[in-house]
Design a protein around this ligand. Structure first.
Ligand SMILES: [Zn+2]
Length: 187
């Protein structure tokens, strides 16, 4: 926005000053000459197998004067996902959940998660039987039941093992729900 406004201001000034207009034109020619003809980035793009640490997840960037593609400029997890897709590896396991059966307490539908909590959208059995209902599961409370169709989901933690920084000693306590007040004999 600022750039746009200052460009307008320069253009206005140029209308009153032929000298300035000429210098702007000269600048434009010089800039065009300065852009290199080569459009290939000078750094090699690493493949998925070459990614060893976070530092490898940085793209080479675009050649000067060109608009970068996602492959050239994406970093971090987005870059890992793109590199995976190029080799048909589904990094984040984006397959839909099993909707061929209703999850039960004995045999819940498993939801893999690499984080402390995970949201899953239920649409019933078969899929799209009801509108999406989002269920939140955590490591402390991994089981959730869809209030519409009754399907039971269970979060399966697949993230890194505990690093000794659990939540217990921070004194965090999950908010109470109605489930906390159900008499034990009703379970
Ligand atoms: Zn449901």
């Amino acid at each position: 926005m600022f750039l746009q406004r200052s460009a307008v201001a320069v253009a206005r000034r140029a209308a009153f000053s032929p000298l300035l207009r000429r210098s702007l034109a000269t600048t434009a020619v010089m800039r065009r000459d300065a852009v290199p003809d080569s459009t290939t980035p000078n750094t090699k793009i690493k493949t998925l197998s070459e990614i060893k640490s976070l530092d490898d997840l940085v793209g080479p960037g675009a050649a000067p004067g060109t608009v970068p593609t996602d492959l050239e400029q994406a970093t971090g997890l987005e870059r890992l996902e793109i590199l995976g897709k190029m080799e048909s590896v589904d990094i984040f396991d984006m397959r839909p959940l099993d909707a061929s059966r209703l999850g039960t307490m004995e045999n819940p539908v498993l939801v893999r998660s690499a984080g402390d909590e995970q949201y899953a959208g239920c649409t019933g059995v078969p899929a799209d039987s009801h509108t999406v209902i989002w269920l939140a599961m955590t490591r402390e409370r991994p089981i959730e039941r869809c209030p519409e169709c009754g399907s039971v989901y269970k979060m399966e933690y697949v993230g890194p093992a505990d690093d000794g920084h659990g939540h217990d000693h921070h004194g965090y306590e999950e908010p109470k729900t109605f489930a906390n007040f159900v008499k034990p004999e009703y379970w």
